[in-house]
Design a protein around this ligand. Structure first.
Ligand code: IFM
Length: 760
């Protein structure tokens, strides 16, 4: 049993943090968060007093923020402006220990050892501590917490501790600490509680069970209140204290649905199994995920661990069983962005799921299908046809971007992204196409994907208006570079829009050829006539792209080249974002890019940048980018690696890895999951050279010379293929599925049972 609470011995699977620092604790809690796509928890110390704040000159900010989130449980809290936000539920892992009437608190007395460990291999948060109180009583112990990947409703907490002396009056309370005042209690029984969100009327139920053993003997708890267990006893030195707690959670989407019976049934499942079997099933589920998704790098230990950290959080964030939720910008690890879903999911995360967990990718795309009606409504409201997805989306798909926020100087700042950042529609279409290409999931395409492609294409054709210059323009948008608002003909937006329309036309042709009846039904459903298709073709031909044929440079948006040049290198030492350093207005007047924009386009549509074009545009825009978003460095790393600039690519890769591993204060609001997905892309799609968009699986590796080998698995149209790149050769093994074609470094091979080795 002791083994269960000890980390996997291989350091390649371990992220550990020793000590407690009030300034970085909130970032540690995000970094060590754990989850299963339905539930997510921040890694606050179980023995703490709960949320705590740190005062600073401008007010207060939180230092510890224990939170348990349930995917899709959105309410509209009493905030200004009122936008839907994930409603946190009870922190079911809180433990309060009192020794001779005094609470045992980490920051009082002396913490002789306090270490939190993320066991990536097993999906566990582990802790170990030795603490001496001001009265000189030493306690030591270990903890384990998990949210089960085998049964997403279930959580488990184990605590093992001992005191160094006899005769101390000990009280241990295992509590369910409520996090949100905005939820109304509906039911409180001994082991079961149920609540409803105030405004949206969604339900959540939590059931709990706790046992305590002293020296191996079960003790009966007092139950003074539902979901509270209290034990009191007099200590014996070295006597082992064992607390086992199980929790089960269920969500209900509407007031008619009662989640309580489901939570109770889930708890019963865990109880029947017992904690060892719950733990074993969870570890087996993680093992299966790692078999599918582990990437092994020989020659770069730090990157090996960082990459596993990324895969750990990506795995913790998704739920293939729920197609009505998606992944917010911080997963279920923090409050930043209120749990809202951005383009981050389709552009930064989806390639990972498509390649190693297609079921999760499908569920995420189905979320976009279920929110298509809201996207149609948003387009219609703005005067367009087709589907304009919400820039920030929650449960219904309606636009949830706050219309304004209060800036650091107290002034109101209008937020225009919800009104203008339209490229989201093309980003979703891109993900749909990529998923279909890589999986061959025709059922998804026929039932959902094609409709998304057609409706987004319809939006773009309507959005790109013909003007007297004979071209079609997309005006009044914001591209990925959000420093420049309300611009015309943003190259990223326009080229993605054109690509979206072209793929919709191609999809329709494929549908008509392969499934003529389904194509006819869909066209009837969407009232898609020949005239409209002709207009789409015209849009493909006439949409402005921003490419200057004389220079081979895509102008980021109309007028970008006329802005003031800015020497970013002169601000290299500043530890604030450039728009704070030079202020908003000067930023808007300058040729400074917030995050990969044209560079993101090179990454997503490399075929639009043949020959020298990719290199030329990358070298032009890379020095202009201030990386004011965590989404930026990975795209630069991806493009640099494809261009063969391994040194620069590695630099960007390590920068991306540092986002959450170096305890950047911005991690406090949750891990930057898009950065983690981007890291995976730099390695797999960049250095590994995997192309998920082709007609057959294509691999053009460019592994940096520092790495002795790179090995991974990926799914392709129902097969599983294992790849190892080392010593100038690529080995491909068909692990599962039928023989297939594979293109390696430009040459096509047949991959059958057994191993294929190709010199590269
Ligand atoms: O989607 C991003 C956006 O591109 C930059 N600001 C943060 C958002 C959420 O991560």
């Amino acid at each position: 049993m002791r083994q269960s609470l000890e980390p996997t011995p291989d350091p390649g699977w371990i992220i550990a943090h020793e000590g407690y620092n009030v300034l970085t604790e909130n970032a540690v809690e995000s970094r060590f968060a754990f989850g299963n796509g339905f539930l997510g928890m921040r890694a606050a110390l179980a023995g703490g007093r709960g949320p705590s704040w740190l005062s600073w000159l401008g007010g207060v900010r939180w230092r510890s923020w224990p939170r348990c989130y349930v995917a899709g449980l959105f309410d509209i809290p009493n905030t200004e402006p009122p936008v839907p936000a994930l409603a946190p539920v009870a922190d079911w892992s809180r433990v309060l220990i009192t020794l001779n009437g005094k609470p045992l608190l980490a920051h009082e007395g002396q913490m002789l050892r306090g270490i939190r460990t993320l066991d990536l291999r097993r999906g566990l948060l582990l802790s170990a501590w030795t603490h001496c109180t001001p009265a000189g009583v030493t306690t030591s112990g270990r903890g384990l917490a998990l949210l089960s990947l085998a049964d997403r409703a279930a959580g488990l907490q184990l605590l093992r501790a001992e005191l160094d002396r006899d005769g101390v009056d000990v009280k241990l309370e295992a509590t369910f600490a409520m996090a949100s005042l905005d939820v109304k209690p509906m039911l409180l029984e001994q082991d079961l509680g149920s609540w409803r969100t105030e405004v949206t009327g969604k339900g959540v139920a939590m059931a709990g069970a706790a046992t305590l053993r002293l020296g191996g003997k079960l003790r009966e708890p007092e139950r003074p209140f539902p979901l509270l267990w209290v034990w009191s006893w007099r200590s014996i030195a070295g006597q082992v204290i064992e607390l086992d707690r199980m929790v089960a959670v269920a969500r209900a989407g509407n007031p008619e649905d009662d989640p309580a019976p489901r939570a109770a049934a889930a708890l019963e499942r865990s109880r029947l199994l017992g904690w060892r079997a719950v733990l074993a099933a969870h570890e087996a589920a993680w093992n299966a995920r790692w078999t599918a998704s582990d990437i092994v790098i020989e020659g770069d230990e730090a990157m090996q661990r960082a990459l596993r950290f990324a895969v750990y959080h990506l795995t913790s964030a998704a739920n293939p069983e729920d197609e009505h939720v998606s992944i917010g910008a911080r997963g279920l690890t923090g409050d930043a962005y209120f749990g809202h879903v951005f383009w981050d999911t389709e552009i930064y995360l989806l390639p990972f799921y498509i390649a190693v967990w297609p079921e999760a990718a499908r569920a995420l795309l189905m979320y976009r299908f279920h929110t298509l009606p809201a996207a149609r409504a948003k387009a219609a409201q703005a005067g367009y046809r087709g589907a304009l997805y919400a820039w920030e989306s929650a449960d219904t798909g309606e636009e949830t971007t706050p219309e304004h926020v209060v800036g650091a100087d107290g002034a109101i700042v209008e937020i225009l992204t919800g009104k203008m950042e339209h490229h989201i529609s093309a980003d979703i279409a891109y993900a749909v196409w990529q998923y279909w290409r890589a999986t061959g999931d025709d059922e998804f395409f026929l039932g959902a994907g094609a409709e998304i492609l057609l409706e987004t294409a319809r939006f773009w054709a309507c959005r790109g208006i013909a003007e007297p210059d004979g071209k079609r323009h997309i005006r009044h948008v914001i591209g990925p570079d959000e420093y420049h608002e309300d611009v015309d003909d943003n190259a990223f937006t326009n080229v993605m829009a054109r690509w979206n329309i072209a793929r919709a036309l191609e999809a329709l042709e494929l549908l008509q050829a392969g499934w003529p009846e389904r194509a006819a039904v869909l066209r009837r459903k969407l009232s898609l006539g020949d005239d409209e298709l002709a207009d789409w073709r015209d849009a493909v031909a006439r949409l402005v792209t921003g490419l200057d044929p004389a220079t081979g440079i895509y102008q980021q948006f109309a007028g970008f080249n006329a802005l003031d040049p800015l020497d970013l290198a002169a601000y290299a030492g500043a530890n604030m974002p450039i728009d704070v350093v030079i202020k908003r207005q000067r930023t808007q007047r300058s040729q400074v890019v917030k995050q990969a924009d044209v560079v993101a386009l090179i990454a997503l549509l490399p075929k639009e940048f043949p020959g020298e074009l990719a290199e030329r545009n990358f070298r032009y825009y890379e020095p202009k980018c201030a990386h004011g978003s965590s989404l930026s460095t990975s795209m630069h790393g991806l493009v640099a690696s494809r261009l063969g600039d391994a040194e620069m690519a590695l630099r960007y890769l390590h920068k991306t890895a540092a986002l959450d591993l170096d305890l950047d204060p911005n991690s406090a609001g949750g891990v930057r999951i898009a950065g983690l997905g981007g890291m995976w892309q730099t390695v797999m799609l960049g250095f590994g050279g995997v192309d998920l968009m082709g007609d057959i699986l294509e691999i053009n590796p460019k592994v940096p010379p520092q790495w002795r080998s790179l090995s991974f698995r990926l799914c392709w149209k129902g097969r599983v293929v294992a790849i190892r790149i080392a010593g100038g050769a690529l080995q491909a093994t068909l692990v599962q599925g039928e023989a297939m074609d594979i293109r390696i470094a430009g040459a096509t091979h047949k991959l059958t049972a057994g191993m294929l080795q190709v010199s590269i």
